[in-house]
Design a protein. Structure first.
Length: 210
């Protein structure tokens, strides 16, 4: 059974973690894995820098523009909202989405600047809820050792320490925490098992969280 079954839907799988935690390379490995098994899957990432809003975000991240903390928070959120209906269509028609960062980055990075957590969460309400949240767990000090940061606005140890603390406050028992300091192959294996189980459950028609 595949996309033709109206009960069958794709899974919304989100990867979260600090900068340099390995989300991006693990996301593309997951995509190859699912495709290799014959599943319909796509790799998405937020911020999606290809849109007009995404370009404003990109310019802010590369320090080419300065924006009020609240405003950039809302732009990141808008960037998720502008993809919401396409996201819903893909999931409904049976495509699994592996998403590199989502609302949790929004809340963790902005609350790390001192904005209130509840204020940060508000614009995210109504976006689709993930079926699975994978957190690639790494100490901020360890992350900095990984070939250095690319020089974007948030890629600084002191700030990443705050983001790490904010993620600790955010996550609940449903998140799957994966130790990002294990050998790459071991991380890959653990992620594959978690994602495959989730994909199979969604295929069987488990109702979406919202
Ligand atoms: P990436 O393209 O995954 O390297 O993300 C770019 C940077 O933006 C990274 O430091 C994480 C941060 N970021 C991602 N999403 C959000 C968000 O919604 N709000 C804020 N404030 N920062 C975010
Ligand atoms: Na980054
Ligand atoms: Na990334």
């Amino acid at each position: 059974l595949s996309g033709g079954n109206s009960e069958s839907r794709g899974a919304l799988v989100v990867l979260e973690g600090l900068d340099r935690s390995g989300k991006t390379s693990q996301s593309s490995r997951l995509l190859s894995y699912l495709e290799g098994l014959g599943h319909s899957a796509e790799l998405w990432r937020f911020p999606d820098r290809s849109t007009d809003v995404g370009q404003m975000i990109s310019s802010y991240l590369s320090n080419k523009s300065q924006l009020d903390d609240h405003m950039i928070h809302l732009l990141f959120s808008a960037n998720r909202w502008e993809k919401r209906s396409l996201m819903e269509t893909k999931l409904k028609t049976g495509t699994t989405l592996i998403v590199d960062r989502y609302s949790y980055s929004g809340v963790a990075f902005s609350s790390a600047k001192g904005l209130g957590v509840e204020w940060c969460k508000a614009p995210e309400v109504g976006l689709l809820s993930p079926d699975l949240i994978l957190y690639l767990d790494i100490q901020p000090e360890k992350a900095t050792e990984r070939g250095g940061y690319g020089g974007e606005r948030y890629e600084q140890l002191e700030f990443q320490k705050k983001v790490s603390q904010c993620y600790q406050v955010l996550h609940d028992a449903s998140w799957k925490i994966v130790d990002a300091c294990q050998p790459m192959k071991d991380i890959e294996k653990q992620l594959q098992e978690l994602v495959l189980e989730c994909v199979m459950t969604c295929q069987k028609g488990k109702p979406p969280a919202n």
